[in-house]
Design a protein around this ligand. Structure first.
Ligand code: FAD
Length: 449
């Protein structure tokens, strides 16, 4: 026993905080966790989960169209109801959030539904005014959407509000070019909105393999999504009829019904009492941590998006687990950030792991690139002119696989399995020796020449 109220106090019950709290408690720690909004955090409440469910819902637009070629009589007046979908999605979100609460309860984690901030290296003040002390504090407060400071920005929404729109906007402008911008562009387009995506630079999805993202751009344009590049936001004006007039550099203004900012995410470090505790931040305002997730203050740790390393749920979860195992489980563990797979749930999906072709060329000089550019069987029968593209990047000397990148139906599902091979350091020969599973799209991975 210590003189502190708790062994661990977690601020933020999202992906990282939940895992850390549960595992620390399982290791025998006395744990409390505070949440200012809803248990589950971004992923469950307004990120991965509801987003993926909207993506599924959206993709029926194409499936229903294709179904006719497979003999189904789909009526021409087949309708989509946004409220039915979002209502069901919210029910599912509630179910998962409750399941998180149940898990924390069963591990005897005290859940406090209040905002918390630090008052010192071992002390926390809750919104109710209650003060508590803890031997260790874990900051897992996540990140929030960045909103540009242009005139009229208050008329725009972010991904947080997108789930709660009353209806699908007829015309939507999405600012940004990252995965959230492209995913929502796909979602709203499939639901019938006229989508314009604007971006400051001249490319989408920076950091992803060039050829793969070019293929997505080409397919998205073919489907009817409008892209405006080198377009810097200048302002939003609300017009008498309620529509929004958006001005931008290098392009004519555009009139839309909704503007969504998907221009990056900012770590939640404001008004957290970090100064009082002496916690250092990075230039980007994230909590600076070492390989053990420890901040500049020895008793304070941080995991997940608030540290701005790789802002993905499975990474936050691993960091939470590593922290709890190291500090409370007598099992020092560090997260390995090498070969973290990532996906874009666009239509079709994109996914990748390891180095892109240009990264590999820069690092290794000599690389071999194997490509399969094909039209999936289902698309052929459906008359859908959409080609999939798989790339395997190998070390030119050893044939070790450095990266796999793909775009096509179910790319994320296929890539997850392939990521094991890349992480394990396999060579192309291991794929060549594996007999194809026919007929699948994934078999292209073992047939690349
Ligand atoms: P969070 O899950 O954000 O949890 C932080 C919690 O802290 C929140 O609940 C917040 O309310 C709470 N909090 C903040 N400040 C305080 C305070 N002072 N006191 C008390 N509580 C506080 N990742 C993927 O891997 N795959 C995806 O497909 C994917 N899709 C996404 C789609 C969208 C639209 C968005 C926005 C994100 C998506 N992400 C995805 C990213 C993923 O959601 C995050 O990386 C992940 O949730 C980070 O977990 P975390 O624990 O760091 O923070």
């Amino acid at each position: 026993m210590t003189d502190y109220d708790y062994d661990l106090f977690v601020i933020g019950i999202g992906s990282g905080g939940t895992r850390a709290a549960r595992v620390a408690a399982a290791h025998g720690a006395r744990v409390a966790a505070a949440e200012e909004y809803r248990v589950g955090g971004t992923c469950v409440i307004r990120g991965c989960v509801p987003k993926k469910l909207l993506v599924y819902g959206a993709h029926f637009a194409e499936d229903l169209m294709d179904a006719r070629r497979f003999g189904w009589d789909v009526p021409a007046d087949c309708k989509f109801d946004w409220k039915t979908l979002t209502g069901n999605v919210f029910e599912e979100v509630d179910r998962i959030s409750k399941a998180y609460n149940t898990t924390l309860d069963s591990h005897k984690v005290e859940v406090i539904n209040e905002r918390a901030e630090l008052t010192g290296p071992n002390s926390i003040r809750l919104a109710s005014g209650r003060e508590v002390t803890s031997k260790y504090i874990l900051i897992a407060t996540g990140a929030r959407p960045h909103i540009p400071t242009c005139p009229g920005h208050e008329f725009g929404i972010t991904s947080n509000e997108a789930f709660h729109l009353e209806s699908v906007p007829k015309r939507i402008l999405i600012a940004g070019a990252g995965y959230i911008a492209n995913e929502f562009a796909g979602i709203f387009h499939e639901f019938g909105a006229k989508v314009t995506l604007i971006n400051r630079s001249d490319q989408i999805l920076r950091g992803y393999d060039e050829q793969i993202r070019d293929r997505l751009l080409q397919i998205s344009m073919m489907k009817g999504i409008d892209f405006r590049f080198n377009a810097k936001f200048e302002g939003i004006e609300k017009q008498a009829d309620g529509s929004l007039k958006v001005s931008m550099s290098n392009h004519a203004p555009i009139e839309v019904d909704c503007v969504m900012f998907a221009t990056g995410r900012v770590p939640n470090t404001e008004n957290l009492g970090l100064d009082a505790a002496g916690v250092e931040l990075t230039e980007k305002g994230a909590i600076r941590v070492d390989e053990d997730n420890r901040s500049s203050v020895p008793s304070i740790f941080a995991v997940g998006d608030v540290t701005d390393r790789i802002q993905l749920t499975p990474v936050a979860i691993r960091e939470g687990q590593a922290f709890a195992d190291t500090i409370f489980g007598n099992k020092p563990t560090r997260v390995d950030y090498h070969c973290v797979p990532a996906a874009v749930f666009s239509h079709p999906q994109m996914a990748g792991v390891g180095l892109t072709e240009s990264q590999a060329k820069q690092k290794y000089g000599s690389v071999k690139v194997y490509v399969s550019d094909f039209r999936p069987m289902k698309n052929v029968l459906a008359g859908r002119n959409e080609r999939a593209l798989y790339k395997m990047i190998c070390d030119g000397e050893t044939n070790k696989i450095l990266g796999i990148h793909m775009i096509g139906p179910e790319a994320a599902e296929i890539l997850q399995a392939a990521a094991v091979a890349v992480k394990a350091g396999l060579t192309k020969d291991a794929f060549d020796q594996t007999v194809a599973l026919h007929p699948t799209m994934a078999e292209e991975l073992v047939l690349m020449k």
